[in-house]
Design a protein around this ligand. Structure first.
Ligand code: ZN
Length: 149
């Protein structure tokens, strides 16, 4: 980013803050000393996530990983297997090629993968993401799984 005043090539970042869907930087030109702001946007490779209440947020790999790791706690699931699972979900999201995707769509992808990976982790994840908040629904889901095996 060249200085908009003197077209100098060297600028110094003097402050960084979050902006809507990007990072705002306050810069100072090394040559002429003028200050200006830039807003740098991340290049989106994954769609925006539409939550159930209609709010939209950036896809957050770390958040998804945390949710899956919690579900896999004390289970014989390697960290690489969890990373691999999220890699596959992301690849699928990019392949869909939409600007926005429902949070439930992502949850469903993870659940399908977890079902193959570890059934206990699957049930734990399902309780949180599908909102299986009553015991009958949880039992129904476990029975359905057991009958498949
Ligand atoms: Zn300048």
């Amino acid at each position: 980013m060249n200085c908009p005043y003197c077209d100098g090539k060297r600028t110094r970042v003097i402050d960084t803050s979050r902006a809507t869907r990007g990072v705002r930087r306050r810069r100072e030109c090394v040559r002429c000393g003028q200050r200006f702001n830039t807003v740098e946007r991340a290049i989106l490779t994954t769609p925006l996530v539409v939550k159930e209440d209609g709010r939209r947020e950036e896809y957050d790999r770390a958040k998804l990983l945390t949710g899956i790791r919690v579900a896999c706690a004390k289970r014989p699931v390697a960290a690489e297997a969890i990373e691999g699972l999220v890699d596959r979900v992301e690849a699928e999201l990019r392949a869909v090629g939409k600007a926005e995707v429902g949070a439930k769509t992502i949850g469903d992808m993870v659940i399908d993968e977890l079902k193959e990976l570890d059934r206990v982790a699957y049930i734990r994840f399902a309780i949180v993401y599908l909102g299986l908040d009553d015991l009958d629904a949880v039992r129904f889901e476990i029975d359905r799984l057991m009958s498949q095996s």
